[in-house]
Design a protein around this ligand. Structure first.
Ligand SMILES: NC(=O)c1ccc[n+]([C@@H]2O[C@H](COP(=O)([O-])OP(=O)(O)OC[C@H]3O[C@@H](n4cnc5c(N)ncnc54)[C@H](OP(=O)(O)O)[C@@H]3O)[C@@H](O)[C@H]2O)c1
Length: 409
């Protein structure tokens, strides 16, 4: 009998994992470590997240089938709850996914992961500690095709603090927890759901839609981005937990050479599903060319509101990731019989169909991305006006407080 401890169940991928696992009706027991005032509040937060995948009624039913431990994974080594002692597998998804808050992100993603690993060391029946990292630990100068062996690399130059913290967590886990059955899964860019489209969450979808609307591609319009859908990531993670044996300790959960997305192909698909101003022609520019992006952005979206300025700044950073033109090799995964992911052009139509306004989609990500400086000489000069920045942060803090308390997410 499997008994799986899941962190991050209230997040984008965690919700998809739980929905997929509970819908399968196996005998597996799921224990969710959730930030909440008590177990019932945690259950309601999970039900709210599951409600993005199914009806509210069914979400409530599914949420009744999980055990809740209310708590913070960064203090997991202090959680004495004996229900954790009999866990057989851990799926560690929880992370601070904000990009720039350096210290807090490191404390959560690095120190917090080690705290969870210490707690896991006391689980006597543990057979797998599936740690979810990110393929972006490669930093800003990866090879065109990257396999799992090259990183983490202490010399990597990270575009954002978030990926540095994830790289550090991988390094410390390997160095300090050699006895723990750690397997690392590194998703690439997780965007949309192959059948529900944007319904479970529009995170990063706004980026692709904004690039398309601007008709601007960073680098080469025949360049590629490595994107996978949430449901495929969830299915793969669940299968990785179920398999008694895996040949490797590290896996990319990525599109790879077969399913990566070429901008020109995406444009042709978008011509069909979103035919305004077709046929599309994408202009190329260098992501460091702020003036070109700003002029195009101002013409298309305007720069008349703080939210748009914040979106412009976030987009600048995302363009740098798009410009990497890197493919994360997924041969390890596929050669062990895991299903290949669909490529974005196969399901972008569903994403567009279920999408609202691009700026509203950005607003969903705003708590993570706004009013934060970029690193070093890349810092943009544009700033969100102070008063709006404060209001935005207050809004994000209110949302976070509500998420952690008894109010459903
Ligand atoms: N989405 C992607 O494109 C992508 C790509 C590569 C890798 N990943 C990795 O995949 C994982 C999941 O990503 P996601 O997109 O699902 O993230 P997400 O939507 O931002 O969710 C983060 C989750 O972590 C939880 N969490 C954060 N700090 C916590 C704490 N101190 N104690 C307990 N829970 C805490 C959050 O709980 P609250 O609800 O309480 O805040 C939430 O459930 C992360 O490790 C991320 O690095 C994601």
């Amino acid at each position: 009998m499997s008994r799986i401890l899941l962190t991050g169940a209230t997040g984008l991928i965690g919700g998809a994992v739980l929905h997929r696992a509970l819908a399968a009706k196996t005998g597996t027991e799921w224990v969710c470590l959730v930030r909440a005032s008590d177990a019932e509040a945690g259950r309601q937060r999970i039900a709210a997240r599951l409600g993005r995948f199914t009806s509210a009624l069914n979400a409530q039913r599914l949420a009744q089938r999980v055990e809740i431990v209310a708590g913070d994974f960064t203090k997991a080594d202090q959680i004495g709850d004996p229900r954790l002692d009999s866990v057989t597998q851990v799926l560690h998804l929880a992370a601070d996914t904000s990009w720039w808050a350096q210290e807090k992100v490191h404390r959560t993603n690095h120190d917090g992961t080690l705290s969870l690993a210490r707690r896991a060391s006391r689980m006597k029946n543990l057979t797998r500690f599936l740690h979810v990292s990110t393929a972006m630990i490669c930093g800003g100068n990866p090879p065109a095709i990257m396999d799992e062996t090259r990183y983490p690399d202490a010399e990597a130059r990270h575009l954002v603090h978030y990926s540095a913290s994830k790289a550090a967590a991988e390094t410390s886990l390997a160095a300090r927890f050699a006895d723990l059955p750690v397997v690392v899964a590194r998703p690439s860019i997780v965007l949309g759901h192959s059948t529900l489209g944007a319904r479970p969450g529009s995170s990063i979808l706004w980026v692709i839609r904004a690039c398309d609307r601007l008709r601007l591609v960073a680098g080469d319009r025949d360049g590629t981005v490595d994107i996978v859908p949430i449901d495929w990531v969830a299915n793969t993670l669940v299968e990785m937990l179920e398999r008694p044996d895996l040949a490797h300790r590290i896996y990319h959960l990525s599109a790879g050479l077969k399913s990566r997305t070429r901008w020109s192909d995406l444009g042709r698909t978008l011509d069909l599903v979103d035919p305004a101003d077709s046929p599309r022609h994408y202009d190329e520019f260098a992501a460091s060319d702020r003036a070109t992006l700003q002029a195009r952005f101002a013409a298309v979206f305007g720069m008349d509101e703080a939210i748009k300025i914040a979106m412009f700044r976030a987009l600048q950073a995302y363009y740098r990731f798009c410009e990497l033109n890197v493919t994360f090799d997924n041969t390890r995964l596929l050669s062990e019989g895991f299903a290949a992911p669909p490529s974005l052009p196969h399901y972008i139509g569903r994403c567009v169909e279920t999408s609202g306004d691009i700026i509203d989609q950005f607003r969903e990500d705003f708590g993570n991305l706004a009013s934060a400086p970029l690193q070093g000489d890349r810092a943009p000069r544009t700033r969100v006006p102070l008063s709006d920045g404060i209001a935005a942060r207050a809004g994000a803090a209110r949302r976070n407080a509500a998420r952690r308390g008894s109010t459903p997410a």
